[in-house]
Design a protein around this ligand. Sequence first.
Ligand code: NDP
Length: 330
Amino acid sequence: MSDSYRAASDRYSKIPYERCGRSGLKLPRLSLGLWHNFGGVDAFENGRGMCRAAFDMGITHFDLANNYGPPPGSAEETFGKIMDLDLGPHRDELVISTKAGYHMWDGPYGEWGSRKYLLSSLDQSLERMGLEYVDIFYSHRPDPDTPLEETMGALATAVHGGKALYAGVSNYPADMTREAHAILEEMGIPLLIHQPKYNLLERWVEPELLPALTELGIGCIPFSPLAQGQLTPRYLKSIPADSRAARESGFLQLAEVEANQSKIVALAAIAEQRGQTLAQMALTWVLRQPAVTTVLIGASSVAQIEENVACAASAGFSDEELKAIDVACA
Ligand code: NDP
């Protein structure tokens, strides 16, 4: 790959940008996550190519976490190298996020939601990425044993200290999100965004969380909108050797893939009638929710990102299509 990267001059004409809740920050309708395929075990040039191509397509938001890899931390190192080589001159055009919550180092201070863990983890993430600040710092999961005031206080400290511009939560249920919002508000920090899992096959956010986010003016960035690749034709015939389900370090279980097979076949038929690929329909379906700011996709190739970005221009759903989709998923 050529070392001298010049960003595409038409990059802001390809994807719409949406305001994140009631904040001043706009996010592209598709964002790229570095959970899989950017670790130390993966081919660096492939990950680098995806980040460059994504930015050329108008994807300004890159999502990381302290533990992404494998090994944990290596996705942030990969991203740091890509910043060094390619994207660094565009720092002010980028929204870079990281998180802390899952296990990162041994002992009592290496996971969950204490102030001790969150703030030292953020320092480590900044070091690995070679950044002075991240745009969004998340509490990655709720901690049942740490007072929410302490976890939110750590996010507020990160923002007040300039190491993060905004605060977010991930995997928090609706009631805790309301509490987190109230606590942060008292500290003068808005809760910018929530990152929950949401896709055609997993809809827990619909009854309570999405209405709460809309009411409170919090943005929403659903992760795994393709159910880790299941909502694509990837597994319709077999388990490809280069797929997530075939990887030792992957989080997608074969049993899950097999159990969803008949739903995927039915959904693929509906997508075809709409003139979309299954991946595009699955993303359009998540983006149809007014509460959703951006969908957070993963990818293993530039071609996948290109295909997915094309959904940003697609038509909404008729009532009949939505009903047929619900039947296929039942
Ligand atoms: P997706 O559901 O979008 O799955 C991505 C995978 O789907 C890709 O790796 C690829 O699989 C496959 N894929 C993508 N596009 C296509 C296509 N057009 N055709 C065929 N296959 C396709 O998202 P992820 O599960 O990767 O999650 C996205 C991001 O969300 C993560 O990177 C991370 O940033 C974040 N996340 C956050 C969590 C949290 O707790 N906050 C938890 C999990 C994720 P393959 O690699 O097999 O080719």
